[in-house]
Unconditional design. Structure first.
Length: 142
């Protein structure tokens, strides 16, 4: 998941989330969180996942894996952060169950993952899945 998606879920500014992560950077190895490259940002814009690069305000976004999202609960220790993390972890579990039940979908998703190895389900589909489970709308203006 991208930093601005998580910030919206936690109801904090993206800069606040990033600031907390930077203060606790030792908790976020590369397999938990990484900064998107220019090519990856261009890919998101070209796929209309993000309307324009200007939405980042000049900063490259952080992308969090499932483990990185879980680690955020220790960094953002508000009641809201804890509840959001629980909901996100449940969404990850439900997504794995759905994939296991739909083997054809898993094959297609595996192919997608190989094509763009860093843009896995955790970056693009999880916010949509989480919002569908929480009956909310994804705001594409982030």
């Amino acid at each position: 998941m991208l930093d601005f998606h998580l910030a919206a879920l936690y109801e904090v500014e993206t800069r606040v989330l990033k600031q907390q992560v930077k203060r606790n950077i030792n908790r976020f190895p590369e397999d938990f969180m990484f900064e998107l490259t220019e090519a990856e940002i261009e890919n998101l814009v070209s796929q209309i996942v993000i309307p324009t690069k200007s939405k980042f305000g000049g900063a490259k976004p952080f992308a969090f894996t499932e483990q990185g999202v879980a680690m955020l609960s220790g960094v953002l220790s508000s009641e809201k952060a804890i509840n959001v993390n629980i909901a996100i972890m449940r969404a990850f579990v439900q997504m794995r169950v759905l994939i296991d039940e739909n083997k054809d979908l898993k094959i297609k998703l595996d192919k997608m993952e190989r094509i763009s190895h860093r843009f896995t389900l955790e970056l693009i589909l999880i916010p949509l899945l989480f919002c569908s489970l929480a009956s909310c709308q994804v705001n594409s203006a982030y």
